[in-house]
Design a binder for this molecule. Structure first.
Ligand SMILES: *Cc1c(COP(=O)(O)O)cnc(C)c1O
Length: 239
């Protein structure tokens, strides 16, 4: 895939992704308004984010807390929402609290406690998702499916932290159909936990699906899809 995309290219790709989401919704009888496209802009310059913003894009996903902080500062006052989608270390929580509309990848009580401490200090509330390692991949962060409810119950006790649902990073596969079972399982887990009616927990959000498999994820109930390459082109990590 080409590295640099010219002006109109982002608009074209964005519209293509939106259209694919709409079609996926149509196939399963979902309202396209129930799916939020999070444009993953990590490693990409603010100028590219502004191009997407010019096409009405409001939700952006970042992975790296310092990059998140710098972009939040630069885009202060803009009508956008910044999501922190990547793994978060406890000592980096301070960079994102207050500016992140949603922290997608919480997978431990200790991290949640750090978020609680920072949120309380600033008099804020913080919405989070629990990251679930659906395929049991050793290389991945995330709580095991069978431990998710217990983790949710512990985090639910923190008054400034609010669990809104689940998130997963599915395996990298050539055929998105291979991930359908994982998306389905994540949704089933959310329905299961929702049924326990735990105080301070809602399970309305399912963050799943990336460039390679977001259409399948939408068919299986994703409410947030995180698409980077499909909008902004391949990333260059050499810098
Ligand atoms: C980078 C990243 C994405 C976007 O990946 P693409 O394949 O470029 O769409 C989505 N989610 C997370 C957690 C990521 O780190």
């Amino acid at each position: 895939m080409e590295q640099d995309r010219g002006g109109g290219e982002i608009a074209l790709r964005l519209n293509e992704v939106r259209e694919n989401i709409r079609k996926a919704c149509e196939r399963v009888g979902r309202d396209p308004g129930s799916v939020t496209l999070v444009a993953v802009s990590k490693t990409k310059p603010v100028s590219m984010m502004r191009e997407a913003m010019a096409c009405g894009q409001k939700d952006f996903g970042e992975n790296y807390p310092q990059e998140f902080r710098d972009k939040a500062k630069e885009l202060q006052g803009e009508d956008i929402r910044l999501h922190l989608i990547g793994h978060l270390q406890r000592n980096k929580v301070k960079y994102v609290i207050g500016d992140a509309c949603l922290i997608h990848a919480v997978d431990s009580v200790r991290l949640a406690e750090q978020i609680e401490a920072e949120a309380e200090k600033r008099g804020l509330d913080c919405d989070i998702l629990l990251e679930v390692n659906v395929a049991g991949e050793e290389s991945k962060f995330g709580v095991a499916p069978e431990d998710t409810e217990a983790l949710a119950r512990e985090i639910a006790k923190l008054p400034h932290v609010h669990i809104r649902g689940l998130m997963t990073i599915a395996p990298y596969v050539a055929d998105p159909e291979e991930n359908r079972v994982h998306f389905r399982n994540l949704r089933a887990l959310a329905v299961d936990i929702d049924g326990k009616n735990i105080d301070n927990i809602s399970m309305n959000e399912l963050s799943m699906g990336m460039t390679g498999d977001y259409e399948t994820a939408v068919e299986e109930g994703a409410t947030l899809v995180r698409v980077g390459t499909g909008i902004f082109g391949a990333r260059d990590y050499s810098a």
